[in-house]
Design a protein around this ligand. Structure first.
Ligand code: NAD
Length: 497
């Protein structure tokens, strides 16, 4: 049985006094164990990163870029291996796992352009024979703490940019699907990254708390649920660190009466049930503006009934199991709750057939709840599973109000053929990532990803130019090279002349 351990200073290490079980979500069987780092093991990783920092910071931009390009090629060649590791521990179907690797790789490709991204400004003669220029410098050791739902892509939102900027990195992946992180570490090493620049500590709260307290960790990027994001932000900043902490989501799709309902139904089903709804950008609520509700629900239901649910490594499967039994049970509890709250259960995922049989896998099929009452728990709470709620609204304004009064502000979408309405929506909606006839508007790597309100603590989104800013500090240099005409002592305030 496999044992997943840490990667510190360029080698696998740590049998671990504390471990946790790993599962195959499709069968429910235990597939291995993962070490849970002690505070001492976290210290060892941070120390390895701190030792590697001075040389990596001083490595030329050309050298750093060459390593990134080689890493990009190796990741590309190992897409299938990474996807297979993800499917085995997370449960998502192989094509979906390949998709997350592809989106992560785009951030590596963005980071390959780091020489251009780190260019500063230069002003000649800001004062007589005085020049001024700005530079951005790496922070030192930075950490990433990531969730179970994208074991490759979310870490890749962080470390390619951090490392390209000259930092050294400690990754603490989710303890539910930790294996992808070790393959990534090996590929970095094969790409020529010096040992200690990229480290992985497996673990739980013990490891997270030590990273948040360790004085040598300068910045923390976190992605996960809102309560933990808030905790990481508050604890990390209290220890003097720069923190960006991305939290949970409840994403609404607003459907105006003039929208193309076939496009809407395809989009709602794809965005609601892809990866079994375990995506922070999944659509979990459809706001159907009167009078489209009945037609739209019919179109959604017919598509949902055609979905094939089965093991992630079966090419016929479109949707896999949920990540753990506990998570499946929690998601499933919302079905009865929805009915108690007055919703109509139009597709019950508990009855969905599973290819190859259900076994003891963590299964729940796609579920549709119609007439979900606005502001009920099913409407407001993050379920993070294959449950699509339809809320009927009378107008654009009523729909917008429901989005803007929600706790979260990660993603949203409007479906309409009216450009004026779409433009008004992009202006008025209080959400960080907005789709117009696009259900999952995940920004490309050269833009930055992040939500508003309880979906992000801190003020910097990930990757893109905001990522470069997060992982660097600005410095402005004012320089004058002596010439015979300098004016001697002057106690006046320096003004330009
Ligand atoms: P989680 O918050 O349970 O775990 C995230 C990380 O925090 C993991 O590494 C975990 O080990 C650690 N952790 C868990 N409990 C902790 C504690 N008490 N103290 C310190 N650290 C702790 O999240 P998850 O279940 O792995 O992931 C799903 C959540 O992530 C959902 O809420 C989803 O919306 C969110 N998510 C958000 C985004 C985004 O971009 N905003 C992206 C992906 C996932």
């Amino acid at each position: 049985m496999k044992h997943v351990n840490h990667w510190i200073g360029g080698a696998r290490t740590g049998e671990g006094a504390r471990t946790a079980e790993l599962f195959d979500p499709a069968t429910g069987e235990v597939s291995g164990r993962v070490s849970l780092a002690s505070a001492g093991e976290v210290d060892a990783a941070v120390e390895a990163a701190a030792r590697a920092f001075p040389a990596w910071r001083d490595a030329s931009l050309v050298k750093r870029t060459q390593v990134l390009f080689r890493f990009r090629e190796l990741m590309d060649a190992h897409r299938d291996d990474l996807a297979a590791l993800i499917t085995a521990e997370h449960g998502k179907v192989h094509s979906d796992a390949l998709g997350e690797v592809a989106r992560g790789l785009e951030v590596v490709e963005f980071a390959c352009g780091i020489p251009h991204l780190l260019k500063g400004g230069y002003s000649e003669n800001v004062s007589t024979r005085v020049d001024s220029y700005s530079i951005r410098q790496p922070l030192g050791v930075v950490a990433g703490i990531t969730p179970f739902n994208f074991p490759a892509m979310v870490p890749m939102w962080m470390f390619p940019v951090a490392i390209a900027c000259g930092n050294t990195f400690v990754l603490k992946p989710s303890e539910r699907d930790p294996s992808a992180s070790l393959l990534i570490a090996e590929l970095w090493q094969r790409a020529g990254l010096p040992d200690g620049v990229f480290n992985v500590v497996q673990g739980d709260k013990v490891a997270v708390d030590r990273l948040l307290e360790h004085p040598a960790v300068r910045a923390v990027s976190f992605v996960g649920s809102t309560p933990i994001a808030r905790y990481v932000y508050e604890t990390g900043t209290a220890h003097g660190k720069r923190v960006q902490a991305l939290g949970g989501a409840k994403n609404h799709m607003l459907v105006l009466p003039d929208a193309d309902l076939d496009l809407v139904a395809d989009s709602a089903v794809s965005a609601g049930f892809g990866s079994a709804g375990e995506r922070c950008m999944a659509i979990s609520v459809v706001l159907a503006v009167d009078p489209v509700g009945d037609d739209l629900v019919e179109k959604i239901v017919s598509r949902v009934r055609d979905l094939t649910v089965g093991p992630g490594d079966d090419p016929e499967s479109q949707m896999g199991p949920l990540v753990t039994a506990a998570h499946r049970d929690k998601v499933e509890s919302y079905l009865d709750l929805g009915v108690e709250e007055g919703a109509k259960l139009v597709v019950d995922g508990r009855e969905t057939p599973v290819r190859g049989g259900r076994g003891d896998g963590f299964w729940l099929g796609p579920t549709v709840l119609d007439h979900v009452p606005p502001n009920s728990r099913v409407h407001r709470e993050e379920i993070f599973g294959p449950v699509l709620s339809i809320v009927r609204v009378r107008s654009y304004e009523e729909g917008l109000e429901l989005i803007n009064t929600g706790e979260y502000g990660n993603g949203t979408a409007i479906f309409t053929n009216d450009g004026g309405a779409a433009r008004r929506f992009q202006n008025e909606v209080e959400v960080g990532m907005v789709g117009i006839n696009v259900p999952i508007p995940v920004p490309m790597a050269f833009y930055s990803f992040g939500g508003w309100k309880a979906s992000l603590f801190g003020d910097t989104h990930v990757h893109g130019t905001e990522g470069v800013h997060f992982y660097t500090r600005g410095k402005v240099v004012t320089s004058r090279w002596l010439d015979p005409s300098h004016g001697g002592v002057n106690l006046g305030f320096p003004t330009n002349g």
